[in-house]
Design a protein around this ligand. Structure first.
Ligand SMILES: [Ca+2]
Ligand SMILES: [Ca+2]
Length: 94
């Protein structure tokens, strides 16, 4: 388990860093890009569209790995665990 966890943790750190790097420049604008239907909250599906792009760029084909990283990154952002990321939560986690 430890053997598997280490790369995943590294990947999450990298993913978080890459989000943070873009988000830091203008979190509100970045949030708008993620919030596809512009209702003020980013759902797992909206977030997934973004994760997928990120992972496709890196050639990730392992579905299990993609799902794991997607879920853990979303959970990190969803401060109150209501299943959506608000702008406030997004800025707080940027
Ligand atoms: Ca939305
Ligand atoms: Ca939330």
């Amino acid at each position: 388990m430890k053997k598997i966890m280490t790369p995943i943790v590294t990947v999450i750190a990298l993913l978080t860093f890459s989000f943070a790097a873009v988000a830091q420049q203008n979190p509100a604008r970045y949030f708008k890009r993620l919030d596809v239907n512009q209702d003020g909250a980013v759902t797992p599906d909206e977030f997934k569209a973004h994760s997928n792009l990120w992972m496709d760029k890196r050639g990730w084909t392992d579905e299990e790995r993609r799902a794991k990283v997607h879920l853990s990154t979303f959970k990190k952002r969803d401060g109150n665990s209501d299943g959506e990321i608000s702008l406030k939560e997004f800025i707080a986690s940027s």
